[in-house]
Ligand binder design. Structure first.
Ligand SMILES: [Zn+2]
Length: 132
């Protein structure tokens, strides 16, 4: 996923959450991004800055954390943190693996300016990925 599409997805999800709470504008968004997404921070920030203009999230600040990659070996089932380019199982030398984590884009929290509090627990961890 490119940063522009990612920023757009984050913005639209944050705005939807704010709208559901009847509480705009959005003052901050915190997301969790898997390292397999290979995000270029400056590019994501730039896309977010551009995308938020004129929206209910114009003043919003984007912060994020990185989720480490974890894959499962298809041969022996061993779970390991892969190198970003070459995935080789340290147990049996099989190549490749099933992604367990590291490919996500999740909204962790949305700060709403006029309430000064975050949506309740049920809103946390909402996936905003819609395919690649
Ligand atoms: Zn293996």
């Amino acid at each position: 996923m490119h940063e522009a599409a990612m920023a757009e997805s984050i913005l639209s999800t944050a705005l939807r959450i704010a709208a559901e709470h009847g509480s705009l504008p959005v003052s901050g968004v915190h997301v969790r991004i898997g390292e397999l997404q290979m995000v270029v921070p400056e590019a994501l920030e730039g896309a977010f800055e551009a995308g938020k203009r004129g929206s209910g999230a114009e003043e919003a600040e984007l912060t994020w954390e990185t989720a480490p990659a974890l894959v499962r070996c298809p041969e022996c089932g061993y779970e390991y943190a892969p190198e970003l380019v070459f995935w080789v199982c340290p147990e049996c030398d099989s190549v490749g693996g099933e992604i367990l984590s590291g490919n996500e884009l999740v909204i962790m929290s949305v700060e709403l300016a006029d309430r000064g509090e975050q949506p309740d627990e049920g809103e946390r961890g909402r996936e905003c990925t819609e395919g690649e």
